[in-house]
Design a protein around this ligand. Structure first.
Ligand code: FNR
Length: 349
């Protein structure tokens, strides 16, 4: 199968995935009866890697490299990112590094949005030279390096040797002219992994946990003999995020994986994320309902975030980090077994 066809299949498979629950269902905000907040004073403006953005979410890495269909998708996502002044990542640019004629499927974003905060994207198999080309291709403001070994294992034509990935990342960090973000692709990270990434020198981490787009299922759908034991693999997003935030590292964390509503975003920010990243929700909305529906979806998220902030008695995004919340169920069980204190979240004021 060609790389171009694979990129298109990923989108079709991702769109067909349905989720009956949110990975954030175990997180409960504690109601604030004596709130003194005002809806009109809620300000969603925040900073991400020293850039001001108008709302605390980004369009996470998805596509490019699949010919005209993916050019059109990237163009529309970039127009939405420009409209709302939020960041956007492209999908892995290895396709364009291997086949130069795919470059325009990524470059289109800069053509339509000269001033938007764009993130380049490559897998951790990339060399320093690949990374510099990817950044240059879209005049990127930052670079995402993804770690996706479960996806690679489930992919019939995927990599089988992961021995050099951290070493590659270290070299890329040392040579990159823009901040480097290490990310998962929907399987989450432990705090040991996040700590190691920090020591390697990355400028931000996207824990990208389980509970949303499931790349085991996507790749298994393309396999003759599915590796079904990978279908429920991974660490759910809130769990991975809390593992990471309790390290209290001086770098921003991005929460992605199963974020599908303004309530999920508010919970992620309250657990310590600087921004939330969304892929599945945006591609599904764009591909099944069209560009206007995507704009409406983002407008609704922004409006609803204001309602939630007012209910929680806060006016700014940084204030969300101090609201009390309860961690229940399996998330609580996991964190307790891992020696992470969840009471601190419930008792803060
Ligand atoms: C992705 N994702 C992804 N990530 C990455 O770092 N490079 C990539 O090329 C891609 N490609 C890709 C294609 C499609 C169609 C989807 C839906 C997703 C993973 C993505 O950035 C994110 O980490 C996961 O999808 C989890 O977030 P959601 O989809 O649950 O919001």
């Amino acid at each position: 199968m060609s790389r171009e066809q694979r990129k298109q299949d990923h989108i079709q498979e991702a769109i067909q995935q349905h989720h009956t629950r949110s990975p954030f269902d175990d997180i409960h905000f504690i109601h604030q009866t004596l709130a003194t907040s005002t809806f009109d004073q809620c300000n969603l403006e925040t900073t991400f890697l020293n850039q001001s953005i108008s709302a605390p979410f980004l369009i996470n890495a998805m596509t490019g490299g699949g010919g005209e269909k993916t050019t059109r998708i990237n163009q529309q996502l970039a127009e939405a990112a420009r409209h709302f002044r939020i960041p956007m990542a492209v999908g892995s640019q290895m396709a364009a590094i291997k086949e130069k004629q795919q470059e325009h499927t990524y470059r289109i974003i800069r053509d339509v949005a000269p001033d938007t905060f764009f993130l380049a994207n490559l897998g951790a198999e990339a060399t320093v030279e690949d990374a510099l080309r990817a950044i240059d291709m879209i005049d990127a403001n930052a670079l995402q390096i993804h770690f996706n070994h479960i996806q690679e294992l489930a992919m019939p034509e995927g990599d089988r040797d992961f021995s050099k990935r951290v070493a590659h990342l270290e070299k890329i960090v040392a040579s990159s002219p823009v901040p480097v973000i290490a990310k998962e692709v929907g399987f989450g990270m432990t705090q040991e992994a996040v700590k190691q990434l920090y020591e390697v020198g990355v400028h931000a981490v996207d824990v990208s946990g389980a509970g949303g787009t499931n790349f085991s299922q996507i790749e298994n759908a393309r396999r003759h003999l599915p590796l079904s034991f990978f279908n429920n693999w991974g660490i759910e997003t809130p769990t991975a995020l809390i593992e990471a935030t309790t390290l209290r590292l001086p770098i921003p964390l991005i929460a992605s994986g199963g974020i599908a509503s303004s309530l999920d975003i508010a919970k992620a920010l309250s657990l310590g994320a600087s921004v939330a990243g969304m892929s599945g929700l945006f591609i599904k909305t764009l591909q099944t309902k069209g560009y206007d529906a995507l704009i409406l979806c983002m407008e609704q998220i922004i409006e609803d975030l204001r309602y939630i902030m007012t209910a929680l008695n806060v006016h700014t995004i940084p204030e969300l980090k101090n609201v009390p919340l309860l961690i229940k169920g399996e998330t609580h069980h996991w964190l307790t077994e891992r020696g992470i204190d969840t009471k601190a979240f419930a008792q803060r004021t």
